[in-house]
Write a protein that binds this ligand. Structure first.
Ligand code: ADP
Ligand code: ADP
Ligand code: ZN
Length: 213
């Protein structure tokens, strides 16, 4: 099963994608996580991506598409995957479709986690991310057992630089301009499913598993 998660920054794509990956036994692939891992390791890709990410802009399609295609070609993707944060532009979606068509394959579902902008701004200020394993928390909705410490690996939790309010506003406008057109793109392909992302995360997950079966 090949699944795409759509939605604004902070809509809960990552939270849901992790649960989907676990339930269906497929890898969770987040381009944002891949970029952050490269930044941490100081690779050339990380250095280039950081400049865009810090400004709340998208990393150019050329770079992003290459890392995604390399990732989905790996062995563990044979039975499918859940993509979180890719595609984010129409050209990215077209490249993915072309690559899959060449393999006689296709995306099965594009799930739009729908959350209005007002809720997003509130939510992002409370997001905390683990510097080591990438686990995500929320100071009110998903607090770690011990404040500031990752439950899974014991590392420090931080507020991502790009989750500060000025950058969140910029990312939201980039989302509306460049990513939202994908909703129409996948509607036309008859694979778009919308879920209400404002409810409790387990209720969002229930709505998603009802769709996926
Ligand atoms: P969020 O989950 O909050 O939406 P991500 O971790 O998915 O954030 O992405 C963080 C940043 O990484 C984006 O703001 C963008 O700069 C970059 N990025 C991630 N995925 C893509 C992509 N598919 N195309 C371009 N840039 C991307
Ligand atoms: P995205 O990957 O779309 O950027 P995340 O999954 O990282 O979004 O979620 C953004 C923040 O909101 C995180 O702090 C997360 O713990 C929290 N969150 C996720 N889903 C919900 C929900 N249904 N209700 C409240 N908070 C949520
Ligand atoms: Zn951790």
């Amino acid at each position: 099963m090949k699944i795409i998660m759509l939605g604004a920054p902070g809509a809960g794509k990552g939270t849901q994608a992790k649960m989907i990956a676990e339930k269906y036994g497929i890898p969770h692939i987040s381009t944002g996580d891949i970029f952050r891992a490269n930044i941490k390791e100081g690779t050339p890709l990380g250095k280039e991506a950081k400049g865009y990410m810090d400004k709340g802009q998208l990393v150019p399609d050329e770079l992003t598409v290459k890392i995604l295609l390399d990732r989905v070609a790996k062995d563990d993707c044979k039975n499918g995957y859940v993509l979180d944060g890719f595609p984010r532009t129409i050209p990215q979606a077209e490249v993915l479709d072309k690559a899959l068509t060449e393999l006689n394959d296709k995306v099965d579902f594009a799930i739009d986690v729908d959350v209005p902008d007002e809720n997003i701004v509130k939510r992002m200020g409370g997001r905390r991310a683990c510097v080591t394993c990438g686990a995500t928390y929320h100071i009110e909705h998903v607090p770690p057992k011990k404040e500031g410490i990752c439950d899974k690996c014991g590392s420090e939790l931080i507020l991502r630089d790009d989750d500060k309010p000025e950058t969140v506003q910029k990312r939201l406008s980039v989302y509306h301009e460049q990513t939202q057109p994908l909703i129409e793109y996948y509607t036309k392909k008859n694979i778009l499913k919308t879920v209400d992302g404002t409810v409790d995360m387990m209720d969002v997950f229930k709505a998603i598993t009802d769709i996926l079966g």
